[in-house]
Ligand binder design. Structure first.
Ligand code: ADP
Ligand code: ADP
Length: 228
């Protein structure tokens, strides 16, 4: 589903953030990316949906070459849902409208269709009652669940998560992880940057370990954790 081959990325002329990175995520697979801060985890997943350009190598998502000038990037980004550390909801839009905007603008859904889809997803993440509120009226854990629902509203073929729980108060982490665990169990293809090793050991099929821009370990979870 996601094929990453020999990707090199520089920020500016002298700093190489990714060095010959090759890996992939199969359909229905959950891959956790871990490694020290600054090792390139976030950069790697941003390259997958073209939020960051890269200089050489190739990334193919569901048959679509990401680094091809002819690729329709808004469509690609809709197909690959992304959830960030800092929710990135539109602060001036109600929760329901946060979920409808891209459905209408990018997918061309009617407002009624978008609302129906949004309501179903808000219900699924346990936030039906919050639909008319603004992001600032919600807790961090609730906002992150909205961000996940917003990405799901686009019917993505895969989901990328960039440290989705690291900006949350401890008591809110599990409500977000629970949603992610459910998604994984339903067979969603996922690439997850996280330090939550509990999540990794529970649902990851593979764990990738990065260090200084390189993928230094890419292993079946069972090998990575060293015991059956
Ligand atoms: P991680 O997610 O593992 O913490 P990042 O991918 O965010 O790592 O960053 C990898 C390296 O690239 C770090 O040294 C970081 O400072 C650098 N970096 C990230 N984004 C930029 C940028 N926009 N411009 C320059 N350097 C960047
Ligand atoms: P994350 O790892 O979640 O992306 P960061 O705090 O590393 O968060 O980065 C926040 C923003 O700052 C990102 O847009 C990243 O590209 C940018 N950034 C990170 N490191 C650098 C850097 N050394 N120089 C310039 N921009 C950077």
């Amino acid at each position: 589903m996601i094929e990453i081959s020999h990707v090199d990325k520089w920020y500016g002329p002298s700093f190489q953030a990714l060095k010959d990175c090759s890996t992939g995520v199969a359909r229905g697979e959950v891959v956790v990316v871990c490694g020290p801060s600054g090792s390139g985890k976030s950069t790697l997943i941003k390259c997958v949906n073209a939020l960051e350009p890269f200089q050489s190598g190739e990334i193919i998502v569901d048959g679509i070459k990401v680094n091809d000038p002819r690729t329709d990037l808004p469509k690609l980004r809709a197909r690959v849902g992304m959830v960030f550390q800092h929710f990135e909801l539109f602060p001036h839009l109600r929760i329901i409208d946060n979920l409808c905007l891209a459905q209408e603008k990018v997918l061309g859904r009617s407002h009624d269709e978008a609302v129906a889809k949004a309501s179903k997803l808000l219900d699924r993440v346990g936030l039906k009652e919050q639909a008319r509120k603004y992001p600032a009226e919600l807790s961090g854990g609730q906002q992150q669940r909205v961000a996940i629902a917003r990405a799901l509203a686009m019917d993505p073929i895969a989901m990328l998560f960039d440290e989705p729980t690291s900006a949350l108060d401890p008591e809110m982490i599990s409500e977000v992880l629970d949603v992610m665990v459910d998604l994984a169990r339903e067979g969603m293809t996922m690439m997850v940057v996280t330090h939550e090793m509990g999540f990794a050991s529970k649902v990851a099929h593979r764990v990738i370990f990065m260090d200084q821009g390189e993928i230094v370990e890419d292993a079946l979870k069972i090998d990575f954790f060293g015991s059956p």
